[in-house]
Design a protein. Structure first.
Length: 373
């Protein structure tokens, strides 16, 4: 029997009405992603602000105070306490009153004025390893700028004048990097949530068996379930992208046509993953738990939180089958670098392969594992 466009349209219309008929459901579909983007945009930050700094100044001169002020005026550190005893710094770190400690030795000013190396000690609370790592990077930059400002001709000892600039994100603001990634995660979450419960809900309500004895074919069933969710996902993607650009000021440097093919393929893949889950689950609770079992590894292995290059080789290979990894690369390239499709064809091809393979698996499960004919 041939595929009927009329049956697909009728099923898609029924599914769309069912998804949007409730006010609370509409709020969850369209308002929740915006709220989540705002929460993630402000909360998920890898740069630091007001990190507690305890200072032990044995030199007690104007020059040493200028070094302390160089730390505080950046906004990355705040002065949590001072002392002239080294053991006070250790106690502050042990008690959690400080995350970082700066100890300036006696004779610091004389060494600076004479052009000799002036050693200072920085201690960090390694229990907060992420904060400590970022704080170390800030401290190196602050001390380097301080040393260059006081070196003859602006050149530090050894004749090396290191001047750094971050390309694409000059201020190194983590929000510029994280918000595009959050967009990808929200689209995946929406697609999984709306489709993971689709088939299993029909089974629980007893309507799946009724559908299977109708002339409706498995491809028609899949398209009827997929099209409404795809339309909603496209609308949500457009809304949260506008919020990211207008509210957070995230630059969007690539043409829209660069994002569109990859976005549609990613939405297709997310819907296919949700459909595959729904054909394997027997209850909505089981489908919901399976969805999170898939969602969390997808996020962890995407490169959103941790660089893929730092993962073990086996996990680096596993990330190649993760659609979130490829879409993250596309989104960040489109927003930050203005990359064209010619530089992203590998990611777009990978999304197409993963999406088609996953949809094929969902169709096979629907035919053989869900009672379809």
């Amino acid at each position: 029997m041939s595929v009927s466009a009329g049956r697909i349209v009728e099923l898609a219309r029924k599914e769309l009405v069912q998804l949007l008929r409730d006010v609370r459901t509409r709020a969850l579909i369209f308002a929740a992603p915006v709220i989540q983007l705002l929460l993630f945009g402000y909360a998920v930050r890898t740069d630091i602000r007001d990190t507690a700094l305890f200072v032990v100044d044995h030199d007690r001169t104007t020059t040493s105070q200028e070094l302390v002020e160089a730390f505080v005026t950046t906004g990355a550190f705040r002065l949590a306490g001072t002392s002239d005893r080294s053991d006070a710094l250790v106690r502050a770190l042990d008690a959690g009153r400080a995350v970082a400690g700066l100890e300036i030795p006696p004779g610091f000013t004389r060494a600076v004025e004479a052009g000799r190396p002036a050693a200072v000690q920085l201690l960090f609370d390694g229990a907060e390893s992420n904060t400590a790592t970022v704080a170390q990077g800030y401290a190196v930059l602050i001390v380097g700028d301080y040393a260059r400002a006081r070196a003859p001709g602006g050149v530090t000892v050894g004749g090396v004048d290191l001047r750094m600039r971050a390309w694409f994100n000059p201020t190194l603001e983590s929000r510029i990097y994280n918000v595009p990634g959050v967009i990808a995660l929200l689209v995946l979450l929406l697609c999984l949530t709306l489709t993971a419960l689709a088939v299993v809900r029909e089974r629980e309500f007893g309507t799946l068996d009724q559908l299977m004895v109708t002339p409706l074919q498995p491809p028609e069933f899949l398209l009827g379930k997929t099209i409404p969710v795809a339309l909603i996902a496209v609308v949500d993607l457009a809304v949260i992208t506008v919020v990211a650009v207008t509210w957070f000021g995230i630059p969007f440097r690539a043409p829209l046509l660069v994002m569109l093919p990859a976005s549609l393929l990613f939405i297709l893949t997310g819907i296919a993953m949700g459909l595959l889950i729904s054909t394997m689950a027997h209850t909505q609770q089981e489908a919901f738990m399976t969805m999170f079992l898939v969602l969390l590894p997808s996020i962890i292995l995407s490169g959103f939180f941790y660089p893929i290059a730092s993962m073990p080789v086996l996990f680096q290979w596993l990330t190649l089958a993760n659609p979130v990894r490829h879409f993250l690369a596309v989104v960040r390239a489109a927003f930050l670098r203005g990359e064209g499709l010619e530089g992203l064809w590998v990611e777009v091809t990978a999304l197409a392969i993963i999406g088609i393979a996953t949809m094929g698996a969902a169709r096979w499960r629907l035919r053989h594992g869900s009672g379809a004919t």
